[in-house]
Design a protein around this ligand. Structure first.
Ligand SMILES: Nc1ncnc2c1ncn2[C@@H]1O[C@H](COP(=O)(O)OP(=O)(O)OP(=O)(O)O)[C@@H](O)[C@H]1O
Ligand SMILES: [Mg+2]
Length: 336
């Protein structure tokens, strides 16, 4: 893979012994546990030799699949370097142990901040509107690098709020490349593949036929943007039936701009520029279109979000401005 480096965070992944990582995490003590996902547990640690604070992901030893993803993760992160992608510091392949060592992201994942239980939400300061737009922009920049700068392009395939990690000041770094695929240029060709990823975030064409393009990632971006706007999980079985799927619930509202404020997260308490909200909803609606070909390129999304993040609340002709940016006709939204 050709490597467009040029960023200062370009560190070669190092091989650690199991003993070094056990020492770093105090023998994987419960108090050091910071998260748990489908592939294993994540611990906070400190590398004894260097004093570097890290996140250590210990993969469950559950056979081939995990092993493949482990190797893809090391391969991808050793070759891809961008300020909006997490740094892989090293790995451990001792015996049947499989561990990955990442830079530690002090604010955890977007999911930890946005989609927490109501009791936790009461204790935690909700993300303000400006931070939400900054997070969306950082995540879009990470995707833009994968789609348009990496050579060959990379389809991320697992874009979701738990894989968007947050540094101080809500700087974003994408993580988890185990599912990523080396893709094809543009959106005319595609890689056909077994459907993987996370239910709810997957594009409809990918879900149905395994057709995978950069536009599948754009759809998943639209889902996360909608989560940022609404503060709702993409799938939430605790809600009434017609509200359980966030995209299905939002789609009728997308067709009526006067109803856009209904989508805003109640925790924002109305504290957002209405124009900016309308723009964000228009971007999400375009990314979530059924037909991959009419979804915008992620670079168009970056352009629009950059504009929004520098002009809070002062953008005239909102939806029209967004549509002009994307050079698209008004959105025809299809039922999913
Ligand atoms: N580098 C990191 N720094 C700080 N916290 C992290 C880091 N990596 C992961 N975490 C925390 O660990 C949690 C679990 O991450 P993990 O990637 O294992 O699973 P997931 O993304 O939640 O789910 P899935 O396995 O489906 O991808 C994250 O939500 C985050 O809170
Ligand atoms: Mg993850």
């Amino acid at each position: 893979m050709a490597n467009k480096k040029g960023s200062s965070n370009n560190i070669d992944a190092k091989s650690f012994t199991f003993r070094e990582l056990a020492t770093a995490t105090n023998s994987f003590r419960q108090e050091f546990l910071i998260g748990e996902g489908g592939f294993g547990r994540v611990f906070k640690g400190k590398i004894e030799k260097t004093g570097q604070v890290v996140a250590v992901k210990q993969l469950d030893r559950n056979g081939l699949q995990g092993n493949r993803e482990f190797l893809v993760e090391i391969f991808m992160l050793s070759n891809l370097h961008h300020p909006n992608l997490v740094n892989l510091i090293g790995y451990c392949l001792d015996g049947d142990q499989r561990l990955l060592v990442y830079e530690y992201m002090p604010l955890g994942s977007l999911e930890d901040h946005l989609l927490v239980e109501p009791c936790v939400a009461l204790r935690q300061q909700p993300l303000d509107w400006h931070s939400r737009i900054r997070i969306a922009l950082g995540a879009a920049k990470g995707l833009k690098y994968l789609h348009e700068k990496a050579n060959p392009p990379v389809i991320y395939r697992d874009f979701k709020s738990s894989n968007i990690l947050l540094d101080r000041d809500f700087d974003v770094k994408l993580s988890d490349f185990g599912l990523a695929k080396l893709g094809s240029v543009g959106d005319t060709q595609n890689a056909s593949s077994r459907v993987m990823g996370t239910y709810g975030y997957c594009a409809p064409e990918y879900q149905k036929t395994g057709q995978l393009t950069v536009k599948s990632d754009v759809y998943s971006f639209g889902v996360v943007l909608l989560e940022l706007i609404t503060g709702r999980r993409v799938i939430d079985t605790t809600r009434p039936c017609h509200e359980q799927n966030l995209v299905t619930w939002a789609q009728p509202i997308f067709r009526e701009p006067t109803r856009f404020p209904e989508l805003a997260d109640p925790l924002l308490r109305g504290e957002f520029p209405e124009k900016s909200l309308n723009q964000a909803v228009a971007v999400a609606a375009m990314c979530l279109q059924e037909e991959p070909i009419v979804r915008p390129l992620i670079s168009d999304v970056v352009t629009t979000l950059s504009f929004m993040s520098t002009q809070p609340g002062s953008t005239p002709g909102i939806t029209g401005a967004v549509l002009t940016n994307f050079n698209l006709r008004p959105v025809q939204l299809h039922e999913m």
